[in-house]
Design a binder for this molecule. Structure first.
Ligand code: DGY
Length: 323
């Protein structure tokens, strides 16, 4: 019997099959999140864990798992893991970059275009029977949205996903601004992107897309002050983490017209319900599905397995975050 891995949710079968060749594998099959007390029980005799972004991996879990040597997060973001604590205990932490970059960038654009062109409102207008009831086939002022082509996009966070979003913006003839902790001269050249401090980016952009990891620095980085810097015609897209934005400030901004609209894939708590926000017409909502394509999720499953197999073979896991 090989070392034991516990997978906290049914990831795609390709990853589980790969892991079964090298590990004794147990999968939490319930589609709901594993209750915390059950997780603490399950980890008692495991050498490796595959975890989801919705599970907090902290000292309490590590204390309950004396044999644990590696945590492979099934996500590129790993703000759910206390990496410092893991490192202190000699526990490896890995994530799933690259394999979900294009799917997530595509989805940022899905939200951006849907919000700009009021797609959800338009869909509701038809489904509710309102179009037929009004009896107007076509009107020059019906459901007018915002131009995208040739406008300015401001991307906050210029890592793999931020740059993939910028690459797509080239096809829309857009001026590309970005802000990040450090300037990225090579990406600037390749993508024809201009660096801006955050405040300037917010002032100049027609579309602001958040693609930063959640850290102490990015927590609530978009609040009332920042939203007021944006153009009243601008649209905010968040595919990063909900806690990057102050939700109450965003609701005010959308209601009072400080900005024109928003596209959200992530929320401060998940699952989430916010009556006031969700009743607004100028926000497009998705339940954290940025990487939810068959290809990306299978790629993530394979990468998780490759990380664990490398670890078992005494090699450095390919996408180690605390090396
Ligand atoms: C991630 O990977 O961090 C996304 O939020 C989900 O795929």
């Amino acid at each position: 019997m090989g070392p034991k891995v516990f997978i906290t949710r049914a990831i795609p079968e390709n990853g589980i099959e790969l892991l079964r060749e090298h590990f004794e594998v147990e999968v939490w099959e319930d589609e709901h999140e594993i209750p915390r007390e059950v997780l603490l029980e399950k980890v008692r005799d495991v050498d490796a864990l595959v975890t989801m972004l919705s599970e907090r991996m902290d000292a309490e879990v590590f204390d309950s798992a004396p044999r644990l040597r590696i945590v492979a997060n099934y996500a590129v973001g790993y703000d759910n893991i206390d990496v410092e604590e893991a490192t202190r205990r000699g526990i490896y932490v890995t994530n799933t970059p690259d394999v979900l970059t294009n799917a997530t960038a595509d989805f940022a654009w899905t939200l951006l275009l849907a919000a700009a062109r009021r797609l959800i409102e338009a869909d509701g207008f038809i489904r509710s029977g309102e179009w037929k009831k009004r009896g107007i086939a076509w009107h020059p002022r019906m459901l007018l949205g915002h131009d995208v082509y040739g406008k300015t996009i401001g991307i906050v966070g210029f890592g793999r996903i931020g740059q993939a979003i910028a690459r797509r913006a080239g096809g829309f003839g857009m001026r590309i601004l970005y802000s990040s902790r450090a300037r990225k001269p090579e990406a600037e050249r390749e993508l024809n992107a201009e660096f801006r401090p955050l405040d300037e980016l917010l002032r100049e952009s027609d579309f602001v897309v958040l693609a930063v990891p959640l850290t102490k620095e990015t927590h609530c980085m978009i609040g009332e002050r920042e939203l007021k810097l944006m153009k009243p015609t601008a649209i905010l897209v968040n595919i990063a983490r909900g806690k990057v934005v102050d939700t109450e400030a965003l609701v005010k901004a959308l209601k009072e017209g400080w900005i024109a609209g928003a596209g959200l894939d992530v929320y401060e708590e998940e699952p989430y319900y916010h009556e006031e926000l969700f009743n607004l017409d100028n926000v497009v909502l998705a339940p954290h599905i940025g990487s939810a394509t068959h290809g990306a999720r299978e790629g993530m499953a394979e990468l998780v397995a490759r990380n664990l197999i490398a670890f078992k073979n005494g090699e450095v896991p390919p996408t180690l975050v605390n090396g």
